[in-house]
Design a protein around this ligand. Structure first.
Ligand SMILES: C[S@@+](CC[C@H](N)C(=O)[O-])C[C@H]1O[C@@H](n2cnc3c(N)ncnc32)[C@H](O)[C@@H]1O
Length: 304
């Protein structure tokens, strides 16, 4: 029995499902790495199309739920590993798998976003944690406790936060006075307060969007992991060939992928599958507003 991957998941709809499958070019009985298992939407579709899947996620819940759901439906056709996709080379080596394609779907899933305990959302009260992997040492709160004004400025500037300096200054001052915000809603209203004082009265997105994003990227070392994961993918695919697809959700991570793909294509190591990034169509964005910032990039190695 096949399950419709869009219909079967409460919480997280796989983004650009048709496009990712088409460009991965799923062939039956070949192995594919889903480096961001999440709610399992992409992984299931690879399985439905006859491929085999090595799935990785750093969130225990994502891995356990996928194993439980997929074990009876796709026995012997998948392996789900709790781990960091930055280590995908070692993970694939240990499992003895040579992939024909690798898919990244970066960031966090709606399932994680809706769990107030993780503190990822500024619309629900929760602790300032933000770790996708609870074995990680530092929570968002730990950075708020110890960063200097300059470190805050750098952190927020990386995500193009226009009020990086005033927010940094306000945080350091609040800490000195013992009034550092300690929950998601308090941090969100703290940042809104800075915006208000600077004369911003209305904006399309919540003023705390970028601050939350910057903290989450830092807590989960997202840029370092992405750079390592791309290098690991290169090692896995460069000699035997295969396709690499990456879905990004903000300009910081997209820049890293774009630059890396440019280097590989200029040196003749890889070829673009498509030159410009692809975006979801209007209909998908209507059904799934979270998809609106998605960009898909893809390269291939070797001849097919
Ligand atoms: C956007 S979701 C993936 C959704 C999934 N493709 C689907 O269709 O349901 C991103 C997932 O990647 C995981 N993740 C983030 N960084 C990771 C990393 N460095 N290594 C492994 N998993 C990671 C998150 O825990 C989250 O479950």
């Amino acid at each position: 029995m096949n399950i419709d991957p869009e219909a079967s998941f409460e919480g997280h709809r796989p983004v650009m499902l048709d496009e990712t499958m088409e460009w991965l070019n799923i062939e039956s009985e070949r192995w594919y790495i889903d480096a961001n298992l999440g709610g399992g939407g992409h992984a299931r579709e690879i399985l439905n199309r006859g491929g085999k899947v090595l799935a990785i996620d750093r969130d225990q819940r994502a891995v356990t739920e996928f194993r439980d759901a997929a074990e009876t439906l796709y026995p012997g056709r998948f392996i789900a590993i709790l781990g960091n996709n930055a280590d995908l080379g070692e993970i694939a080596g240990k499992e003895g798998i040579t992939p024909s394609g690798i898919l990244f779907d970066l960031g966090w899933s709606s399932i994680q976003g809706e769990d107030p305990e993780r503190g990822l959302s500024f619309s629900e009260e929760g602790p300032l944690d933000m770790r996708l992997d609870i074995r990680e040492d530092d929570r968002a709160e730990d950075f708020l406790e110890r960063f200097s004004e300059e470190e805050f400025v750098d952190l927020f500037s990386e995500v193009d936060e226009p009020l990086a300096r005033p927010i940094a200054r306000a945080l350091v001052q609040a800490r000195r006075q013992g009034r550092l915000p300690r929950t998601t809603l308090k941090l969100a209203s703290f940042v809104s307060g800075v915006y208000y004082r600077k004369g911003f009265r209305r904006s399309r997105r919540h003023p705390a969007t970028r601050v939350f994003m910057a903290l989450r990227i830092r807590v989960n070392k997202e840029y370092e992991n992405l750079a390592r994961a791309l290098a690991g993918s290169l090692d896995l695919l460069k000699d035997r060939g295969g396709r690499l697809l990456v879905l990004t959700f903000h300009s910081g991570e997209d820049r890293i992928v774009k630059r890396t793909f440019r280097e590989w294509t200029q040196s003749g190591t890889a070829e673009y599958l498509f030159r410009k990034s692809l975006q979801p169509d209007r209909e998908e964005i209507r059904r799934n507003p979270r998809a609106r910032s998605a960009r898909l990039r893809g390269v291939r190695f070797g001849r097919e």
